[in-house]
Design a protein around this ligand. Sequence first.
Ligand code: MSP
Length: 700
Amino acid sequence: MSKFYITTPIYYPNARPHVGSAYTTIACDAIARYKRMCGYDVAFLTGTDEHGEKLQRAADEAGVPVEQFVAEKRELFQALWQKLRIREYRFVHTSQNPAHVKSVQWMIRQANQAGYIYKKRYEGRYCIFDERYLSDSAEPVNCDICGRPAELISEENYFFKLSAFQERLLAHYKDHPEFVQPDFRMNEVKSFVQSGLRDISISRKRLKWGIPWPDDPEQVVYVWYDALTSYLTGIGFEGERRSADFEKYWPADLHMIGKDILRFHAVYWPAFLWAAGLPLPKTIFAHGWIYYEQDKMSKSKGNVVYPEPIIQAFEEFGAPGSDALRYYLLRDTPFGLDGSFSYEGLIQRYNSDLANDLGNLANRTVTMIRDYVHGSVPQPPGAAVSAKVPWLRESLKALLHEFRQQVDSYDVFRALGRVSAIVGDLNGYLNESKPWAIAASIGSSPYSAADSGVRQAGEEPRLASESRVGGDQLVNECLYVTADALRCIAVLDFAFIPEGSHRLWEQLGCEGNIEDQRLDDLKWGGLRSGTKVGKPEPIFPRLDKQKALARLRELAQEDRLDEERAKETRVESQPVEKPAVAPGAAPEAPAPKITLEDFAKVDLRAGTIRSAEPIPGATKLLKLQVDLGSEVRQVCAGLAGYYKPEELVGMKVVVVANLQPRKLRGVESNGMIVAASVEPTGRPVLVTFQQDVPNGTRLK
Ligand code: MSP
């Protein structure tokens, strides 16, 4: 059996996943499902990229230990994949993963032994948001991907001799034009490499949150060296030790990525692999970005689209929400180009392709089989009655072939377009043949056509004079042809819209599981006559555009508010995140060991609370003015409900004095009051002194 190894990028778990992260994962899930149905032994990898300064800062801002922060966020990704029906994947995470440490350190050692690594002082600009080096000079510069100002880095680092690979890369692109897709992306990569490659820094000194550099504990490995190596770890690579899975699946057949991270994959990654003596992946496909109504999604603009409220809104209307989103993302934008998300567009696409076309075809067909032929798929006549049938048969044959060609070249947009076109043809065929009219005219049904609800308004039975035999044959042909074509369509669509396709398969009464179907066996005429169809329930009910739009917007807004509230609750409850020792509960696990140097970074000071007052709208927060000797600091603390403001005034407390300032409920907070948190509620008990000490005294 041939193998197929496909990967998504591993995502930064600095925030919850949005529709952009979902886009790559949905595309990969669809391709993985499709390849399984083509008979491949598929490994599908996704995961989270957890090291680096970006993650460290996000955790600091949330006031949570970074290990806990990434573990919590990682779960959000897995929960979303579940909702989006992403299936049969392996999940790799880069932090707290001993196998991955071995992989990365092995890669570095190999490159070092091969002479591709050297040490030098680096001074330049670095974008923390995109974790990339931007220039080798101190000159201020903005990142060309995210537009943020880059930070100055000045330290001694390990360097990778990327320049040594320039010619080899160009030769590889020439010999393997399929290496980077689509073609226009290959051209971008080539011209970047032709313009000259510079060596790159692959370690960081100031940072602790990373994989230790082998034999140099002062440095950690650059997060991209670490992240790319996860493609190996995820299938059982641990440096010298390699699993049978790794031997089977590597090299990857497809790294699916967004256009912004192409250079890391098409230039750095092959060089890192060559430096370690490992074979290269076969193809890197860079898709475009999903914008929100043409605009880049960003938290500050408040236009980030999250999948959960979309799925919920559709489900409230009885529609398969994950299918609606999956279909919209893959069918609305040519795969490889940028796309624009809009709620109107989502409803429009769902209503036109899934509700009006496919859903209606399925509903009409199953209803007519139930009503006209006692619920069993009829025997088609030996020779075609309608002239359109041979043409439809040829179209379906061509579809089965072209669909595979298109998905094999990752043109999922056109493949879905082909399916949609044939659904249109079949609806046209039914409309022209009007089996409901024939059935009514020959009385072949236990029900009348009018009862069945399938006759179109104002329609007269067209073939009233048709002989009973000819009429029966036409009805049988129509119903067999559409039901059989729908069976094929369900199988083709399953990779893309699994929920609806599965229901369609069941309604048609097909034997076996849809996921076990093989595309090689899919042929016209495969539906067994006599198959009992199920109850004709609408699979893709049509949505009222205005109502659906209003509900989608409402749920998206609620979701945003919930997120803000959750963030505030977390912030308000500091410093009492978790009970230190809840009575009757197991004590909290000890935090990882730190050095004295680490501890010395925390500036703890004695201070006297001069005033305390509630903050309007905040249930837990109090605004305190704390006298630190040389200054009076404003600090917001989650003490309301536990301490009365007047009880606090005059109390001597311990303040973390060098925390980054932050706004809580719009009020600036410049530090944190230290407290033990007790009982399951996390009730704060303030830390104070046994003897009086002057304000501003440092605690060591
Ligand atoms: N951690 C790196 C990848 C390391 S892979 C060894 C990273 N992570 S990311 O979370 O920032 O982005 C992950 C993927 O999501 C990228 O492919 C990126 O292009 C994609 N997207 C993020 N926002 C997107 C859109 N708005 N639209 C489409 N894809 C987008 O980069």
